[in-house]
Write a protein that binds this ligand. Sequence first.
Ligand code: HPA
Length: 271
Amino acid sequence: MLEKIKETANYLRTRIGGEMPKTAIILGTGLGSLVDHIDNKTVVPYAEIPNFPVSTVQGHSGNLIFGTMGGKPVIAMQGRFHYYEGYDMKTVTFPVRVFKALGVDTLFVSNAAGGMNKEFVVGDVMVITDHINLFPENPLRGKNYEELGPRFPAMTEPYDKKLIALADAVAAEKGLRLMHGVYVGTTGPTFETPAEYEYFRVIGGDAVGMSTVPEVIVARHGDMRVFGISVITDLGGKDITDVPSHEEVQQAALKAQPTVEAIVKEMVVRC
Ligand code: HPA
């Protein structure tokens, strides 16, 4: 694994002109247009990157995009790898390992999620303050490489408190509604039954989705600062009969996109 990470990072260094980014952004479902705010773009399709898998889901294109946001060098992942696609956890989180090898110290992740919190409405944007890992496998399972991080990493502050405070400050300045909550990460690809949404709410979750947790675990293993943001694309619970679909999720994510963009763009420049 160490050799693969090195090989991929070395290749990407040959593709990036200029200053190495310290900030990486993983763009989730329907949030891909954040790339329109990246200037001086170099687009590297996953298919050209050694050891990179290729994304399979509709609505997720597969590119690494290097450039600047508000003058700051960034890498963006347009399309991520989901466990439900059949990739193993090492593959799902491989790009985060490569980011770390390139010198990235701050990771922004975005996703679409179903809301269980009764105060949420579709289209809300939620800062992830913590998560509950319900994936059947931890990405750190197996041999630990001390070069990458400790065997038993603490998860006391998975999402950086200073970045959360910065998000709140930016939202307040811009007059944007920004919720806080706990993200429950599950495998999918089924959406939840009413009883499952209820269960996730009762155990402390505010939103549920099929991504993010593996990448965040690996980023924290490598001691990166992490900021996570969810778009609430549907609501679930005991009395909710709404039937979520991938199309509905994408539509709702598109609607919330300007809010996510405004917050993340400003944060990238100021963090
Ligand atoms: N459940 C799981 N993942 C999701 C949902 C949901 O309701 N909405 C968007 N991603």
